[in-house]
Design a protein around this ligand. Structure first.
Ligand code: NDP
Ligand code: BG6
Length: 484
């Protein structure tokens, strides 16, 4: 842990009475405390309009942590919660921010270190909170660092994202801004770079010379539940593709960065996004599929004739030397039969087959699949000779499972890593302003184009099914099928 009188940072959470704080942020901070990863006396101050006392806030947070952390213990909670505080206030009131600032300063006393401001309010309030932090003079770094973490969604399209960047940059420098994409905090997503760049054998085959296609699937069983107010406006492209799927694509496709630091890493990701070929107007049918689960319009808050897609599949190309001609297929949907996030790299078949195949039969291609969740693993398929028969072949696997290699509970929640990195000032796993804007620039025309007359028709799929048939056809047209 830390010296009792050492300076310690303060985390201020805006929107602290909300679901994210209760379900994700507080359990993650508590786990970090229990593991000794943050100074034991790190102060956490909640800010929202709800009228809690410090104690009432602690009780609320206790319930959340009890439910969502498997490390919960009365003694640890008692020690951790001593450093939990609450300051009621309105995100639009500079007086309330000044009161908050005074409370934080009083708590810091002689032991002030940096401050992490976490914006967990509804997204339309992010500009107001950033502006108020500026007006209350809580952003300056003359003595200690100040950083701001901004939750997703960062904008609803390119112009609102640019506007939000402008508002935030009016108060904070880019190096102070940490935009969350929680997928980047997942261990298995961080492992993509380790897998690619800490092993010499994969990089030489990681290109158009050997790769036939790349598939990125983020399949969910959950429905939109109570989030219709947001989701019916956003749809799957803005909710999942603009951030999580494009981030996975950049990690798979980027060049090795010159160093493992935020600047170098994000420069490479930006180069990938800049090289993604925009889908030409009028060509959307060849490149995209949109669908909605059949009971979606019955969800509370969904417009009765909503045409918001809850599933999409998109084919993209990356115009650079490494990836020219290799299709990247991305798909994501809700209310599906299984929950699975997988990146599959499909390699080219041998150029000539020595072994007798039945008419029409082809050798199965080698597939390298990174199972991001829930069965965290990596496997590589290859052909093996079936014993005791002439030359018969079967597709078999090399397999690596996180649970068997590192133990069943080795994988922490993404928010633990992200909070820790933000406290340490490492922005590698956060998205930079140009990255966000490029991603919106790619998704905006696709999302908008889906309502054009020449767009792919909106399909409907059963809840608990494998999704729309159009997604199979998208790949079948190119001679591929989704890796199952
Ligand atoms: P909530 O909708 O629960 O809002 C958080 C808090 O903000 C509320 O408790 C409320 O506190 C305050 N608030 C709500 N509306 C207003 C308003 N009009 N004016 C002032 N304050 C308001 O959000 P979540 O906790 O679910 O999410 C927070 C942010 O994180 C959102 O931007 C969301 O998109 C993002 N996010 C959330 C995820 C989740 O799992 N929940 C996952 C990924 C991202 P009070 O009434 O006390 O002021
Ligand atoms: C969020 C989306 O960003 O990610 C949700 O808003 C989605 O719609 C969620 O369900 C998926 O995250 P995870 O970590 O459960 O795959």
């Amino acid at each position: 842990m830390n010296e009792p009188d050492a300076p310690t940072p303060t985390i201020v959470i805006f929107g602290a009475s909300g679901d994210l704080t209760r379900r994700k942020l507080m359990p993650a901070l508590y786990n970090l405390y229990c593991k000794g990863r943050i100074p034991a006396s790190t102060r956490i101050v909640g800010f929202a309009r709800s009228d809690y006392s410090h104690d009432a806030f602690r009780q609320e947070m206790r319930a959340g942590v009890k439910e969502h952390s498997d490390r919960y213990g009365e003694d640890d909670w008692a020690a951790f919660s001593r450093n939990l505080y609450y300051s009621p206030g309105n995100p639009n009131s500079v007086e309330d921010f000044r009161r908050l600032d005074a409370l934080v300063a009083e708590l810091e006393g002689e032991r002030a270190a940096g401050r992490l401001y976490y914006l967990a309010t509804p997204p339309q309030l992010y500009p107001a909170v950033a502006t108020m932090l500026g007006q209350a003079n809580m952003h300056g770094e003359s003595e200690h660092w100040r950083r701001v973490v901004i939750e997703k969604p960062f904008g609803a399209d390119l112009s609102s994202a640019c506007e939000l960047n402008e508002k935030v940059h009016a108060v904070f420098k880019e190096r102070q801004v940490y935009r969350i994409d929680h997928y980047l905090g997942k261990e298995t997503v961080q492992n993509v770079s380790v897998f690619r760049f800490a092993n010499a054998i994969f990089e030489p085959i990681w290109s158009r010379n050997y790769v036939d296609c790349v598939q990125i699937s983020v399949l969910e069983t959950v429905t939109v539940g109570r989030r219709a107010g947001y989701y019916d406006q956003a749809g799957v492209l803005r909710d999942m593709f603009q951030n999580h799927l494009l981030q996975l694509l950049t990690l798979i496709a980027m060049e090795p960065p010159a160093a493992l630091n935020a600047q170098a890493l994000r420069n490479e990701k930006v180069k990938v996004l800049s090289a993604v070929r925009p889908i030409a107007p009028g060509r959307l049918r060849e490149h995209a599929v949109q669908a909605q689960y059949r009971s979606y319009r019955d969800e509370p808050g969904v417009a009765p004739r909503s045409r918001t897609p809850t599933y999409a599949a998109v084919k993209l190309h990356i115009d650079n030397w490494r990836w020219q001609g290799v299709p990247f297929y991305l798909r994501s949907g809700k209310a599906l039969a299984e929950r699975k996030t997988r990146i599959a790299v499909q390699f080219k078949r041998p150029p000539h087959t020595l072994f007798a195949l039945k008419p029409g039969e082809k050798l199965a291609p080698n597939i390298l699949a990174m199972e991001i969740q829930p069965d965290e693993s990596i496997y590589l398929t290859f052909q093996a000779k079936v014993p005791d028969v002439g030359i018969a072949m079967q597709n078999v696997n090399f397999n690596f499972h996180y649970a068997s290699a590192f133990g069943g509970d080795a994988i922490p929640d993404a928010y633990e890593r992200l909070l820790l990195d933000a406290l340490h000032g490492d922005a590698s796993l956060f998205t930079r302003s140009d990255e966000i804007e490029l991603a919106w620039g790619l998704i905006d025309p696709i999302a908008a184009g889906l309502s054009d007359p020449d767009a792919p028709p909106l399909e409907f799929y059963e809840e608990g099914s494998a999704g729309p048939t159009g997604a199979q056809q998208l790949l079948a047209r190119d001679g591929f099928e989704w890796v199952m």
